[in-house]
Ligand binder design. Structure first.
Ligand code: ZN
Length: 315
């Protein structure tokens, strides 16, 4: 959840209203093309670009090659029954357990195959943490290694070997793959307002460590978190938001109370306390205590700085 960006901006309400929708009769939302205008796609001599892109046998025979504009623009070639009846082969047992998502990936131009380059798995928690921090430093330096184009997606489409599950806030200024410079298949991402944990989050973390074998769980808070701000305001005014939004406040409130509303830096301190509290809670996810005791999984807390892009580990 977003807090006010400029320090000089008026204090945001705990729960800013959604942006108003444009009036339906506004010129701004008028169709760019008149509805009665002819469209080239209706021309029977032109392949229908809106249909599912067929698979070229030449492309499926070389799945490791990223999709090129020339390939995607190629005329339609009928898909052979042999190709369509062959499911994407997972590259690992972990990928197989998540096979539904892999097979359903919308990247038909380059079909997943076990013959493609297998991604390298990071198995040690310390190495996974080092990679996330190194990725953040690449991001901060303006020299990220990973783009997020379709060729990167296709490269990873045959299976996933993620090395971390990151639980972060929904704040639109904190896109986790970008700030850790991670590519497709590298990290599992769970986001909620103020990284509040509910049963779905706990189950997702459990799935990541048990089925996908991630060695690292990271909880990432961020400065000027609107959810923490909202909680501080709610406790100060005694006005708790109704319903589901109130649930977020209820879950963050213990951290705020622990710091104390009289503390002049309550929002920043409460955010860090809430990260630490979330880390402790994730230690109880089914199966995690045993994996932590065995040294197979570790859990880390960290804070992201909106202004510098820097991720600081909490100790
Ligand atoms: Zn936030």
């Amino acid at each position: 959840m977003s807090g006010p960006t400029p320090a000089s901006a008026p204090a945001a309400s705990p729960l800013p209203p959604a942006a108003p929708s444009a009036p339906t009769d506004s010129p701004a939302v008028a169709p760019a093309v008149p509805v009665d205008a002819p469209t080239p796609l209706n021309d029977s001599s032109t392949p229908d670009a809106s249909s599912v892109a067929p698979i070229s046998p030449a492309v499926t025979a070389t799945p490791a090659v990223p999709v090129s504009p020339a390939v995607t623009a190629a005329p339609a070639v009928p898909v052979s029954p042999a190709v369509t009846s062959t499911p994407a082969a997972p590259v690992s047992p972990a990928a197989g357990r998540d096979g539904a998502g892999v097979a359903g990936a919308r990247l038909p131009q380059v079909r997943a195959s076990s013959s493609g380059p297998a991604p390298t798995r990071i198995t040690r928690p310390a190495d996974a943490l080092a990679e996330l921090i190194a990725g953040n430093r690449r991001f901060v330096s303006g020299r990220p290694e990973h783009g997020h184009d379709v060729s990167a997606a296709a490269t990873a489409s045959g299976g996933q070997l993620p090395h971390a599950v990151v639980v972060g806030c929904i704040d639109s200024r904190v896109p986790l793959e970008a700030i850790f410079d991670q590519t497709f298949g590298s990290i599992c991402v769970i986001r909620s307002g103020g990284h509040v944990v509910d049963r779905a989050v706990l189950g997702s973390v459990g799935f990541a460590v048990s089925a996908l074998k991630v060695p690292l769980i990271m909880v990432l808070g961020h400065v000027r978190c609107g959810a923490v701000d909202a909680t501080v305001s709610a406790l100060r005014t005694g006005s708790r938001p109704d319903g589901d939004v109130g649930y977020l406040v209820d879950e963050i409130a213990p951290a705020v109370r622990g710091v104390g509303l009289d503390d002049p830096d309550v929002t920043a301190k409460a955010m860090r306390a809430h990260v630490a509290r979330t880390v402790r809670r994730l230690r109880d996810v089914t199966g995690v205590p045993e994996l932590v005791a065995a040294g197979s999984v570790s859990i880390a807390g960290a804070v992201y700085d909106l202004d510098t892009g820097w991720v600081d580990l909490l100790t």
